[in-house]
Design a protein around this ligand. Structure first.
Ligand SMILES: [Zn+2]
Length: 263
């Protein structure tokens, strides 16, 4: 592949040998790329500032057989606020891990690149929980797993209108990937209750830009409902059970005293 330029976000950064780091990059041009940054852990390295974890950076790379090599890097934005807040940092780690787990190497997905950039920006001020839910549903949508929210997935008919009695109780089927009406619910298994408010929030999330929707005020109960459903969706359709998510959950439950994943 020779030498090439890429605009990238650093999704992962692992210490390698004495002075190197192995990076998982998400590039605008080529999707996910693994690369080595040699000598970058030396204080004298000129590359150092250009390849920080989560930075949005402009790189020059040499193509390699398994790993590309970063030869130059200049950060456009380092999102330094992430390092000052454990929950924001862990949420960024969670989103990066989802991208890493759900996308193949070297498949251009510019929408994923811009979504990742949007969530890193949204984490500056917005609610990290809300940002994570927005990220999950938008990533699922981009990757072809958009939940069906206007049709009942059990009966394949439009959902009853919001005014009707039948609209008050809704269910969500993880396996079938969408909403089930109360009439069809009797013949389905493994349904989760799904409130009309959660349905409305999910539709709003899908139609609004992430950075804009991240400023919305959403009832924590609805966010929790969405969290359960989206987590079920990711586990079932993406076989995803991320390390950062478990850590984030433990962190919220007050069990996060072990210092792993520190910035
Ligand atoms: Zn139905």
């Amino acid at each position: 592949m020779g030498i090439y330029k890429a605009e990238a976000i650093v999704l992962r950064s692992m210490v390698y040998r004495e002075a190197d780091r192995i990076l998982t990059l998400f590039t605008r041009e080529a999707g996910k790329v693994s690369a080595i940054a040699r000598g970058v852990r030396k204080t004298t390295s000129r590359l150092r500032g250009g390849v920080q974890l989560f930075s949005h950076t402009h790189l020059v790379l040499y193509g390699g057989r398994t790993l590309d090599t970063v030869s130059q890097g200049e950060a456009e934005d380092e999102f330094s606020y992430l390092e000052q807040d454990m929950e924001r940092f862990t949420t960024a780690s969670y989103c990066a891990e989802l991208v890493d787990r759900l996308t193949p190497e070297r498949e251009p997905q510019p929408k994923v690149f811009f979504l990742m950039l949007a969530v890193l920006r949204a984490l500056k001020a917005g609610d990290p929980d809300l940002a994570a839910r927005l990220f999950e549903i938008k990533l699922l949508d981009i990757l072809g797993y958009r939940p069906s929210l206007t049709e009942c997935v059990a009966g394949n008919h439009p959902l009853p209108s919001a005014a009707g009695e039948g609209a008050r109780r809704l269910w969500f089927s993880i396996e079938r990937g969408g909403v089930v009406c109360s009439a069809c619910a009797q013949s389905c298994e493994k349904l989760r209750p799904f409130s009309p408010a959660a349905l409305g929030a999910m539709k709003y999330f899908l139609r609004s830009p992430l950075e804009q929707a991240a400023q919305a005020r959403i009832d924590p109960k609805i966010l929790q409902e969405l969290a359960n459903i989206l987590q079920g969706f990711l586990v079932y359709h993406g076989e995803i059970r991320t390390r950062s998510r478990r850590f984030l959950d433990a962190f919220r439950d007050g069990n996060a005293g072990n210092g792993h994943n520190k910035p």
